[in-house]
Write a protein that binds this ligand. Structure first.
Ligand code: SAM
Length: 485
């Protein structure tokens, strides 16, 4: 089907069928605008959506109409679902057009992908999915290209997702990675890297890839000394929360909802934080230590989630937390996250690879280093399509530099936590073993597994790797090291 042929007037138009204005559906228009922002301006869906939703509400109110919670939920699901499943939908769309996808205009592709998601990834009835997409195309692309959209979507609607996957994905036995890439909508290099990190057979990697395609629960952290998980849960409707699976500070918002509406979150006594991140901060704080324990450092603190939990735990022991962050605007976020902490803390704008602090100045140090984020793909639906395999090597010198300086910053006998939200072996254990092997301060591994009590399947140690499909957390990695010389 070519776009050009679809520009010919339809027989009805030639006979003079009266023109009908396209129907403006604010939900689909909003979803389209979000996809364009992600595509054109490299926007993050989770940052761009709230503004668009507020705009749609205001627009509806001006017209005396309502853009309600259900509209917002549908728009959000259309955007997130389309972005997550983009790899699968692109393969299906490619089978329905007569040219390479790179030659189809990006706005047309966005409308097609939104339509494909409604047809193959939601319970929206076929006729409604097609007609809503065609009306959207009429509004945002014009009548000519709307006819092209109509023809392509009708082809897509001819089969269900399973039949399409049989057609467009290579058989597993012939090419397992490409099969999984198409079926579970991940770039092939990410399938390969995650599989290397996870090990095992087909079932595990399929579960992991599917977990990346699910909407993560919103989890709150009750900052110790300022609130507790029980108090937080009691402040919310009884059926809206579940206790954390692993962290004693966690409360899961089972109904979703807006965390900013929670009073304790507004007051900074609680925050939004994945349980994996809570476990990492708590494990560093719990690592056994002999001698003084009064000075803690978070060397990569922005935006401040782990720093806020560490500062609260430090306050309970009369310790001070120094939270360092290279980017001034992110340091401001750290300052906001720490405001109201009951104990002493300091936020500094500093480059952790060129420290402004003296060697051996701290008893505990966390470096939660910049990384590819392959462990948090659930949260950033567009991230998997933006990352490149080369990015892994790009982070390597910084990750090594930050760990090296963290080991210098801690006193002999003190503990360093090296964390990433990526399970990629080149960002996790390879960094630690390289730094330990190089000349510099001497350090030994501390077994991190007993410091996450009750959490199963943490690996063979001494480091730990969490997994979305096993633990319901981001795929956080933690290595604990004690400086010995
Ligand atoms: C993975 S994030 C840390 C997340 C944080 N620990 C939390 O839980 O909210 C890494 C942070 O390190 C910062 N960063 C990057 N290079 C740095 C450097 N050389 N020194 C200090 N911070 C750096 C980034 O700006 C980013 O805010």
């Amino acid at each position: 089907m070519s776009e050009a042929s679809s520009r010919r007037p339809s027989p009805a138009a030639r006979k003079g069928k009266p023109y009908r204005r396209p129907q403006r559906d604010p939900v689909r228009i909003l979803a389209f605008e979000a996809l364009r922002a992600v595509d054109e301006r490299d926007a993050y869906a989770n940052l761009v959506l709230p503004g668009l939703l507020r705009g749609a509400e205001a627009e509806a109110a001006k017209k005396g109409q309502e853009f309600d919670r259900r509209d917002a939920a549908l728009a959000t699901e259309l955007v997130y679902g389309t972005l997550r499943r983009q790899g699968t939908y692109d393969a299906v769309i490619a089978a329905c057009v007569d040219r390479p996808l790179r030659e189809v205009d990006p706005p047309v592709l966005d409308v097609l992908a939104l339509g494909a998601h409604q047809l193959l990834g939601t319970r929206i009835p076929t006729h409604a999915a097609v007609s809503a997409s065609v009306e959207l195309a009429r509004v945002v692309l014009g009548d000519g290209r709307a006819r092209f959209v109509n023809a392509v979507l009708r082809r897509i609607a001819a089969q269900d997702l399973e039949a399409w996957l049989d057609q467009v994905a290579p058989p597993y036995d012939e090419d397992p990675e490409q099969h999984l890439a198409v079926v579970h909508s991940h770039p092939r290099w990410i399938v390969s890297a995650l599989w290397d990190a996870l090990g095992g057979g087909r079932a595990g990697i399929e579960d992991l890839l599917e977990a990346d395609n699910e909407r993560p629960e919103v989890t709150l952290v009750a900052r110790p000394g300022r609130s507790s998980a029980e108090e937080l849960a009691q402040s919310l409707p009884p059926d809206a929360t579940e206790p954390g699976r692993w962290s004693p500070y966690a409360v899961r918002l089972t109904e979703g909802g807006d965390p900013a509406a929670v009073e304790a979150v507004r007051e900074g006594r609680a925050g939004v934080q994945d349980e994996g991140s809570q476990l990492v901060a708590a494990a560093l704080a719990a690592a056994p230590l002999e001698g003084p324990d009064g000075r803690w450092l978070d060397g990569c603190a922005g935006p401040g989630g782990k720093a806020a939990l560490l500062a609260a735990l430090a306050a309970q022991r009369g310790a001070v937390l120094v939270a360092a962050e290279k980017q001034p605007h992110r340091a401001r976020l750290v300052a906001r996250a720490l405001a109201g902490n009951p104990g002493p803390y300091q936020v500094v704008v500093a480059d952790g690879t060129r420290p402004v602090w003296a060697e051996g100045a701290f008893d505990r140090v966390l470096v939660d280093v910049p990384c590819t984020g392959l462990g948090a793909l659930r949260r950033r639906p567009e991230a998997r399509w933006r990352r490149r395999a080369e990015d892994v090597a790009g982070f390597a010198p910084l990750q090594r530099g930050l760990l090296r300086e963290a080991l210098r910053a801690v006193r002999v006998g003190g503990v360093v936590g090296y964390a990433t939200c990526s399970p990629h072996p080149a960002e996790t254990r390879a960094v630690v073993t390289d730094v330990l092997r190089a000349d510099g301060v001497e350090a030994e591994w501390v077994d991190a597994r007993p410091l996450m009590p009750g959490v199963p399947e943490l690996g063979e140690g001494p480091d730990v790797q969490l997994w979305p499909h096993v633990h319901g957390t981001d795929a956080m990695y933690l290595a604990l090291l004690r400086r010995v010389g």
